[in-house]
Unconditional design. Structure first.
Lengths: 180, 789
């Protein structure tokens, strides 16, 4: 940080995962830098070079998904930020987190935080998405490990749980695997 | 070891990944998240030139910048030559005929755009980046060469003067380089290839060119180096081969191996990128000079221009002779492998490329040669499949050409030539194939894709529909070509829970989970009572690591044996406590019991506690096993693709894929599916669009982020049916074979065959871009219905 940046820095309030932070923030600091380097919330990942091409840094700003590497921290001032660390509650995992585990949607795990938050934004606005709608909502989140099959399955399964559908079948029978 | 009659308690279950909870809650720590007290940020200065000598380098202004703690150049670098490719060290001698020691940590010469010139360690990233701009470098530009054929011509620019090659005694020795020939290697020929080709009814010939795919893990390269108070060098690295990495770092820095401590955190993908020492030594130099821990952090652009890619093979000349009734008389192959600026994996990958089909099709005779050639391009390292997708792309098209020539259905032609149990395996007749489900893979896949109706695919406006098939065989570890040694140690905690000490790569293959399932099954304890210790050469036993689809097959057997050892010791101690013979005891669901004797029972937890606190008999219960395999059973796979090709635009749309895979018994079917589905996405990108385009004037890589180098996203994935054959291999742990690499091997070939089926043109270079399809259609002239004109 250069001296002139410090001079122009502003004290700003952020609400991250329900907790209020007051921080001295230079004007060129990104939301990703604020979260990772200042607040120690390293669950939000950096996968490209601040170009918005990979989606790993996706967080929710007032409930809408944003690329935190392309969002200046001061734009999040006085607004609510949700990161992967705020997804679960003391009562347990968010249905999306649970479904990602049960459906094998996690391999290396580096895209997982951004993927979960894009999926949450979708389900909050569209509780009963079609597979095509899930794929469209996650198109900006790259994953190199899974081929997305189990990620899409997991989001659809979580949607069913969140709607309270009783009909989420037993994995052993519903899985994509056919044994011969 | 556990009788098959009893239903499995853990094996075969779709358990969630043991690392998953940390990953879905954002608490999983990756190297890019790591922070040590006093840690600095390291940045590398990359060459803007494809080939230059560094005449002068002045770091004074950079060093004077506040916050800069160290600047290193070739003046600080060890002069020793080494190679990044760690598989060289998978032997006693430490250098192989396909490996050349042609690399230094930093040199007074740069050989590709993006090569490392110098590096800075500073208080923060911003300061480090400003400091890079203050380093003054005077380059003497040298002529550069980007084509392998030009590089072999007399008078071409020479990349390397002297390198170290394997000598007769197995040690490295100094040699010159003949016109950029990094290495010439070959397989021992089998049979008389010339006679086989002469006597064939037909000889099919093709020349293929593959693409320099990027592994593109979502986490870019990060490492941390820290010289400890006792003079030891600790390095956190995304390596897949930790103990070979330890040996190579010790070699580079002239340290006893024990003075290097290799550490690991979760790795955000590797796909082969972790098989080489990369810029970790630069980080170690910065840490040494600054006296502080340093984290070297690569941007996505740096990852693209500097980190070694998949091997790039071409021209790959492939000739195959067949008899009138469809037997293969001979296969003759020659590969030119684009090494780039250093040999890295170029020659080894091509050797594997040419051996990939050994356990797949029977052949009368066989010959294969490789020339790996230096040019001023980013080196070719390792990527998943390691030569197999390259060979398969060409071989499986030639198989279709032969079937057409002979008037045999492509599936029938393949079925007719498949290797059987007892035929020579991946590494020759001394290691026969113990199991194969290849024929079933083909038959089931053909049925699921609707192969019988393939010629009725039809048209849809300017689009033509086609079906294609490809088969592959791979390996389960590289034994006996390499040392393939794994260790596992399992200990009981005082509450009866366990810690399994192993070190498969932490790159996201979910191998930790499958290994825990094997241990839980063998011991008779619940899956969720076992945790994994990994990531530190001080606290784990020697391990080769994860490559060559070895982890489940080889480390899995080490774990099975370590768990059996622990079980035996546990039961022997319990027998004393319970007053019965150990042979009469069994363990199920964490309870030790004597079948038929209802009063004899004790929990594993109780026994573990007594092992420590019962003063009559104190000794912690620990199971351990060292394991080296005696064979390498090939996993098999058939992939069927349905495509639509637009004859006006050349666009290829994959409409459906069916993958039928034989990796023996799945320890965890969900994980096996995940490997195959993820591999399919990588293979799809490789087939259709992944191509880091090089500016052949400057040598600059034009694709350097995900907007210019596309990897598949959710919208690119076609409907995919993944079928697991589940035929146990007689040699594997609970019948498992390798599964890491088969996923990405077949796509390019199956799609190329489907394109031919749709529009009658063969594409021999990857990726199968619309431009190439249109050009091929134009070259063949208008199609009968005029649509392609």
């Amino acid at each position: 940080m250069k001296t002139k940046d410090v001079v122009r820095a502003q004290v700003a309030t952020f609400v991250v995962n329900g907790r209020t932070y007051e921080e001295l923030v230079p004007p060129n600091m990104t939301l990703l830098e604020l979260l990772r380097d200042r607040l120690g919330l390293t669950g939000t990942k950096r996968g490209c070079s601040g170009s918005g091409n990979c989606g790993a840094c996706t967080v929710l700003l007032d409930g809408r998904p944003v690329l935190s590497c392309l969002t200046l921290a001061l734009l999040a001032r006085d607004r609510e930020v949700l990161t992967v660390e705020g997804l679960s509650t003391p009562g347990g995992l968010h249905p999306l987190q649970q479904a990602f585990l049960e459906h094998g949607a996690v391999q290396c795990g580096f895209c997982t935080p951004g993927m979960l938050l894009s999926a949450k934004a979708l389900l909050d606005s569209n509780p009963d998405p079609t597979p095509a709608e899930v794929r469209a909502a996650l198109a900006g989140n790259l994953c190199r490990c899974t081929g997305y099959v189990k990620i899409v399955e997991a989001v659809l399964a979580a949607a069913a749980v969140m709607r309270g559908d009783a009909a989420h079948e037993d994995r052993e029978q519903a899985g994509g695997c056919v044994s011969w | 070891m556990v009788e098959e009659s009893r239903p499995f308690s853990s094996v075969g279950k779709r358990y969630p990944d043991v690392t998953g909870l940390a990953k879905v809650t954002g608490t999983a720590r990756f190297i890019s998240d790591l922070s040590l007290p006093g840690m600095l940020v390291g940045k590398v200065l990359h060459s803007p030139h494809a080939h230059a000598r560094i005449r002068r380098i002045d770091t004074k202004r950079a060093e004077a910048l506040p916050g800069v703690r160290a600047v290193v150049t070739h003046h600080d670098s060890p002069s020793k030559q080494y190679t990044g490719t760690l598989m060289n060290l998978q032997s006693y001698g430490g250098i192989e005929p396909w490996g050349v020691y042609d690399t230094r940590v930093l040199e007074d010469r740069v050989r590709y755009v993006g090569d490392a010139v110098a590096a800075v360690a500073a208080d923060d990233e911003f300061t480090a980046e400003v400091a890079l701009e203050l380093i003054e470098v005077e380059y003497e530009l040298l002529p550069a060469v980007f084509s392998e054929s030009e590089a072999r011509e007399p008078g071409a620019p020479s990349l390397h003067d002297r390198v170290l090659r394997r000598q007769e005694d197995g040690a490295p020795g100094d040699e010159g380089v003949d016109r950029n020939l990094a290495a010439h290697v070959c397989h021992r020929p089998i049979g008389d290839v010339d006679a086989g080709l002469r006597e064939a009814h037909a000889v099919l010939e093709a020349v293929g060119f593959t693409a320099k795919q990027k592994q593109a893990p979502l986490e870019t390269f990060h490492c941390v180096a820290d010289w400890q108070h006792d003079g030891r060098l600790a390095i956190w690295t995304p390596t897949q081969l930790p103990y070979l990495f330890q040996r190579m770092i010790a070699y580079i820095f002239d340290l006893p191996v024990g003075m290097v401590r290799v550490r690991n955190e979760f790795t955000g993908g590797a796909f082969g990128a972790g098989l080489s020492v990369f810029r970790e030594p630069v980080c170690a130099l910065l840490a040494k000079k600054s006296g502080r821990p340093v984290k070297l952090a690569y941007s996505r652009q740096e990852e693209f221009v500097d980190r070694p890619t998949r091997a790039c093979i071409g021209p790959y000349t492939f000739r195959m002779g067949v008899t009138k009734d469809g037997a293969i008389t001979a296969v003759d192959r020659h590969a030119v492998s684009a090494a780039g600026a250093h040999i890295e994996c170029a020659a080894l990958t091509s050797l594997i490329c040419e051996a990939a089909a050994n356990p797949l099709y029977r052949r009368g005779s066989y010959r294969a040669e490789v020339d790996a050639v230096y040019t001023n391009k980013t080196p070719c390292g390792a990527m998943r499949g390691f030569g197999n997708p390259e060979d398969t792309f060409v071989r499986e098209q030639v198989m279709d050409m032969a079937a057409e020539e002979l008037g045999i259905d492509p599936v029938e032609f393949r079925l007719q030539n498949l290797c059987r149990v007892g035929d020579p395996g991946p590494f020759g007749p001394d290691f026969p194939i113990p199991s194969t489900g290849m024929a079933d893979c083909l038959r089931i896949g053909a049925e699921r894709i609707g192969w019988g109706s393939r010629r009725d695919g039809g048209t849809n406006g300017s689009r033509r529909r086609g079906l294609g098939v490809s088969c592959m065989a791979h390996q389960s570890g590289a034994w006996p070509v390499h040392v393939e040694h794994s260790n596992a140690l399992i200990k009981f905690n005082q509450d009866g829970s366990l810690v399994l000490s192993v070190w498969p790569a932490s790159m996201g293959t979910n191998a930790f989970t499958s290994l825990v399932q094997v241990a839980a099954e063998t011991l008779g304890v619940p899956f969720d009572t076992i945790r994994v210790n990994w990531g530190d050469t001080d606290t784990t036993l020697y391990e080769i690591g994860s490559h060559a689809s070895r982890t489940m097959y080889i480390l899995g057997q080490a774990v099975e044996r370590a768990a059996a050892d622990a079980r035996e010791k546990l039961l022997s101690r319990a027998a004393d406590q319970l007053g019965v013979a150990a042979a009469d005891l069994d363990i199920r669901d964490g309870v030790i019991f004597a079948p038929g004797l209802p009063d004899i029972e004790m929990t594993v937890a109780e026994m573990a506690k007594r092992a420590i606190y019962d003063l009559r008999d104190v000794e912690d219960i620990v199971g351990k096993a060292s394991f080296t395999p005696v064979t390498s059973p090939p996993p098999y796979q058939a992939l069927f693709a349905e495509v639509e090709v637009d004859v006006e635009t050349g666009e290829v749309e994959v409409r459906k894929m069916v993958v039928v895979n034989d990796s023996g018994r799945s320890i965890n079917p969900m994980i096996v599916e995940g490997q195959l589905e993820g591999g399919t996405a990588q293979g799809l990108g490789y087939a259709l669009y992944e191509d880091p385009v090089l500016d052949t004037e400057s040598g600059r890589m034009l694709a350097d982020d995900f907007d210019t180098y596309k990897i598949p996203c959710t919208l690119d994935m076609p409907p995919l049916e993944t079928i697991l054959l589940e035929q146990p291999d007689p040699t594997g742990p609970y019948g498992a074979k390798g599964v890491g690499e088969p996923g990405c091997v077949n796509q390019a070939a199956a799609i190329a065959n489907a394109v031919y089926d749709a529009v009658g043109v063969r594409i021999w270079s990857l990726p199968i871009s619309p431009e190439k399809v249109v050009a091929a259609l134009k070259a063949t002239g208008p199609s009968p219905d005029g649509a392609a004109g």
